[in-house]
Design a binder for this molecule. Structure first.
Ligand code: ATP
Ligand code: MG
Length: 252
């Protein structure tokens, strides 16, 4: 579904992503791992158009993404979550999800519609749809409270509800489980691992390697912006170079 070739992004002298090539197969859960600063979030930002690559190509279902604005990439079917949750704190939990529902149904119209009074109260159908996502991520009880002040675990769930309400084909998760307690992580993993059966491919960054090794079929390992390994979790766990990189980080 996604093919990245020779992708490079520099920040001044730093090559945050360096000649990176990989594929994400349709219908899989694929993981992107690597130590802090290895270029995972930068890779996501390049795919979603939040950053422009210096060179290289990104193909999504045959469309070239490099150079496209983020909104257009979202419209092609790529949604994401952020390491720091990006939600509208002044809106309620329900309104946050409704925004995604409307963004999907009427792209472009959204900003003008938002200025209308009672915009969110109007459409029952959209509300019902939003509640499907709220329930899926255990947020129905919080629907009418402001998103501001929600605990981190709930914010992460809200971001996922927002991303899925866009009905993406590919969902990029940047540390969706970080900051969650073990119980919340299990609930989250359960809610997410069923997505490929619904036609949603997952590309997942997480520092909790135990979690990823359980759920991923394919793992790509970055170090200093370069791919140092890729393969199924069993192989990755035995790969000497991967072990060295992770031991090096712990001893640093
Ligand atoms: P983490 O696990 O800590 O989230 P990461 O693998 O996501 O790390 P990136 O955030 O992609 O790493 O960062 C890769 C490198 O690029 C780091 O050295 C980081 O400091 C640098 N970097 C990232 N974004 C910028 C930016 N906007 N300007 C300058 N340097 C940046
Ligand atoms: Mg990151």
């Amino acid at each position: 579904i996604l093919e990245v070739k020779n992708l490079t992004k520099r920040f001044g002298a730093l090559k945050a992503v360096n000649g990176l090539s990989f594929r994400v197969r349709q219908g899989t859960i694929s993981a992107l791992i690597g130590p802090n600063g290895s270029g995972k979030s930068t890779t996501f930002n390049l795919i979603t158009g939040h950053l422009k690559p210096d060179s290289g190509t990104i193909l999504f279902e045959g469309h070239h993404l490099e150079g496209l604005p983020a909104e257009e990439i979202a419209r092609l079917g790529i949604a994401r979550t952020f390491q720091t949750p990006q939600i509208f704190t002044h809106l309620t939990v329900l309104e946050n999800v409704l925004l995604s529902v409307y963004q999907r149904k009427r792209p472009g119209l959204l900003s003008s519609l938002l200025r209308l009074p009672n915009f969110f109260k109007k459409e029952k159908e959209a509300q019902e749809e939003a509640f499907v996502y709220l329930e899926r991520f255990f947020l129905a009880d919080e629907a009418h409270r402001p998103a501001e002040g929600l605990p981190l675990g709930k914010l992460r769930h809200l971001e996922l509800a927002r991303a899925l309400a866009l009905k993406p084909k590919l969902l990029l998760l940047d540390e969706a489980a970080s900051g969650l307690d073990p119980r919340e992580k299990i609930d989250l993993a359960e809610a997410l691992t069923s997505l490929p059966q619904e036609g949603i491919t997952l590309f997942w960054v997480e520092h909790d390697l135990n979690l990823l090794m359980e759920v991923a079929e394919e793992v790509i390992v970055l170090d200093q912006g370069e791919k140092i390994a890729e393969g199924p979790p069993r192989e990755i766990q035995r790969n000497p170079r991967v072990i060295q990189v992770y031991l090096g980080e712990e001893h640093a």
